[in-house]
Design a protein around this ligand. Structure first.
Ligand SMILES: *[C@@H]1O[C@H](CO)[C@@H](O)[C@H](O)[C@H]1NC(C)=O
Ligand SMILES: *[C@@H]1O[C@H](CO)[C@@H](O)[C@H](O)[C@H]1NC(C)=O
Length: 234
């Protein structure tokens, strides 16, 4: 989810203070879908063609359809052999939660480059390098997934609380944890309260803000292009 969108929604949602239990949809999936759907619209013609060529057949030509692939495959992982791509995904997803920036990128075992920023760098490099041992289609799907994740502030949080996973909170009447609130609960509630459960309306609203309301911030966002520094370092 776009980081700028959520704090605003959070304030509005909390202020509204409506104690309703959100319905149990797979909104984690919706969050990733929305990020990719928005991103797809900003691809150059060349990039869009390259992406289309790499997409698996089941994506139906849509990058957004593949953006939860990493999570979905991970949950299937238990019936798969240890060295399969699924085991690798599980290891990667389990360990990329933490580290606010490149200089602080490590997992719970202190292994360097095991954070979401490290994963983005690795899969970007893999896509740029035709001699990389990584499968380019998988690299693209990982990259698209992790770019969504990195905009979730708790993927750049502390190892100590496992990116907010150990912080138990209530979202209205429902028990949750802070990581899950950002991943799922906020999006689910916003969709319900403001967008009539319609993902495409919410995407439209966010897109409109990107080209309108927030466009003056574009220059500032562009200064965050560096692979080795976060904006917080600047
Ligand atoms: C990124 O690549 C480095 C160097 O090969 C490796 O040590 C690290 O585990 C990788 N990190 C992720 C998250 O894939
Ligand atoms: C669009 O921007 C306005 C003003 O910052 C904000 O109130 C609104 O929540 C934003 N909409 C979305 C979908 O983020």
């Amino acid at each position: 989810m776009a980081a700028r969108v959520l704090p605003l929604l959070l304030v509005v949602v909390v202020a509204a203070a409506m104690a309703r239990a959100p319905t149990a949809h797979a909104w984690g999936k919706e969050g990733h879908y929305m990020v990719c759907k928005i991103a797809e619209g900003f691809l150059t013609k060349e990039a869009a063609t390259a992406v289309k060529e790499l997409l698996p057949g089941w994506a139906g030509g849509e990058l957004a359809e593949t953006c939860s692939w990493a999570d979905t495959e991970r949950f299937r992982g238990n019936r798969l052999p240890e060295l399969s791509v699924h085991a690798m995904i599980d290891k990667t997803l389990r360990t990329i939660m933490y580290g606010y920036g490149y200089g602080d990128c490590h997992n719970t075992n202190g292994e360097k480059d095991m954070c979401v920023v490290g994963a983005i760098n690795n899969y970007t490099n893999a896509l740029e390098d035709s001699s990389s041992p990584y499968d380019p289609t998988e690299s693209l799907m990982f990259l698209a997934h992790f770019v969504g994740d990195v905009h979730q502030p708790l993927h750049c949080g502390h190892v100590k609380d496992l990116g907010g996973n150990t912080i138990i909170v209530h979202w209205y009447t429902r028990k949750s944890n802070l990581h899950h609130v950002w991943d799922v609960n906020v999006i689910e509630t916003a969709l319900k309260e403001f967008y009539n459960e319609d993902v495409s309306t919410m995407i439209k609203a966010i897109k409109m803000n990107i080209t309108d309301e927030w466009s003056t911030e574009e220059k500032q966002w562009e200064t965050c292009r560096s692979r080795t520094k976060t904006c917080a370092d600047k």
